[in-house]
Structure formats: C-alpha cells, structure tokens
Design a binder for this molecule. Structure first.
Ligand code: ZN
Length: 246
C-alpha cells in the first residue's frame, strides 16, 4: 500500500485531528520562509543584519523604519492565496473535529475556511495602534510610506506578530497543548519543529497516529507512524484522488 493510501486511511479513522503547520505549507502559495531571506544592509558599519535580528522587539523599538522596510518586503504577501493543502484541511472540518495550530503569520488557514486556528506567532492581517489600540489590516500597513501611523491619533502601528524577545501568548500555548492532548491524530506539516515552543508540543500527544509531511527529513521522523517527504500540495492531491476512487 502506498503512503498516500495509508495517510487517507489514518485520516478516515480519526475523529479529532490537530494539524500543526509551519512555513512549508505556505511555500506553494508563494510565501517563502522569512528566515531564509537576506537581512538588511547597514550603511553605517557596512554589516548585514540577520532576519532574526530585524524581527526582534529591541530592533523594532530602535529602528522602526528599517524594521518596516524588511517587514513589508519579506513578511507580508497580501495577494497570496490558500493552496490545496490549506483547502484540504478546511474541508475536513465537515466530517472531523479539526484544530489548526500554526507558526505561520499569513492568515491563509482562515482564508481557506478553517474555523479553529491557533496562531502561535500572531498574524500580519492584524495591526494595532500602539497609542489608542485602533485596528488596521495588512493592506493599510502595506499602503503606508515608511512607518504606518494611526488615522485617528497619529500613533505608530505595530503588527500583531510575536517578535523575537517577545513572549508567546500563554492562552494560545495552553489551547494548543489541550488540543494536542485530546487529539487522536497529529499531522505536522512543513516544519522541522526546531522553533520554540513547537518541539516540546509533540510530547503532549497521546493519540494513535503521528504523521509528518515535510519536504526534508526531520529529527523526530523515527517517532512517527507515517513520514512523507514530499511537496505538501502533491500529497493532498494524491489523497483527493484516493477519495474519488472510493
Ligand atoms: Zn491611534
């Protein structure tokens, strides 16, 4: 039996599924992992600043202009659309209890129709005035010159994205752990789970089937019931074909 057939059977036999997703699921939608992006060139000391350094709380506070130059160029993709993998997960809600826990900030799971989505690192779709709390969408931020500012009070607008040095939302972490503990199937997609706190989450899983779909091998493959090292869109195309045949 091929791996797609096995995946289909595992999903068919599941009732409560958690999908844990990372950058790899959005690559087919044209969103590269920002960690692989080039940093910013610093005029003063001719050094290159790494993406991790730019997307940090202290850098944001000290250099908002440079932060937004990188952020708008490398992290926000207003025209990106959900792909077949996002859609497959959303469709599964019709017959299963599905929770999505994602490291992505692109909002594509919700756009595909997923209802229960825990965004561990926030979302580029939500932005708030630092002074009065007014809400702004990603299009407003992208249309701004340099630093986006509030229409109502003139305050600076900050993306609702968890920057380096910032704490993840505790409620999100607890909800993610609870969902994983209750799940009978955990599907990890497009992440090597090296980003905190994702690596620790797997420990809470007590269900039947741990599945990994990732283009390259991961360090936890030997723990899994099924590993598919293949493009995620291709994987769900194959599962859809299996579904049609039956
Ligand atoms: Zn304001």
């Amino acid at each position: 039996m091929d791996q797609y057939k096995i995946l289909k059977q595992m999903l068919d036999h599941s009732h409560r599924i958690v999908f844990f997703t990372g950058a790899g699921i959005s690559v087919p939608s044209g969103i590269p992992d920002f960690r692989s992006a080039d940093g910013l060139y610093n005029q003063k000391d001719k050094s290159n600043i790494s993406p991790e350094e730019i997307i940090s709380h202290s850098f944001y506070m000290a250099h908002k202009r440079e932060f937004y130059t990188f952020y708008k160029d490398k992290m926000v993709y207003p025209n990106a659309k959900p792909n077949l993998a996002h859609e497959f997960i959303a469709k599964l809600q019709d017959t299963k209890e599905v929770t999505v826990v994602t490291q992505n900030i692109d909002g594509l799971h919700q756009e595909a129709g997923s209802k229960k989505v825990i965004e561990l690192h926030g979302s580029v779709k939500r932005n708030y005035c630092e002074r009065c709390g007014a809400f702004y969408d990603d299009k407003y931020v992208m249309a701004s010159k340099l630093i986006p500012t509030c229409d109502k009070c003139g305050g600076d607008i900050k993306p609702d994205v968890v920057l380096y040095e910032e704490q993840l939302n505790e409620e999100d972490i607890n909800n993610a752990i609870t969902a994983i503990m209750k799940a009978d199937t955990l599907v990890v997609i497009g992440t090597s789970l090296v980003v905190y706190p994702a690596a620790g989450f797997i420990r809470y899983f007590k269900g039947n089937a741990l599945i990994v779909i990732n283009k390259s091998k991961t360090s936890y493959d030997n723990m899994c019931d099924l590993v598919i090292n293949e493009d995620v869109v291709k994987v769900f195309e194959k599962v859809n074909e299996e579904n049609k045949e039956n």
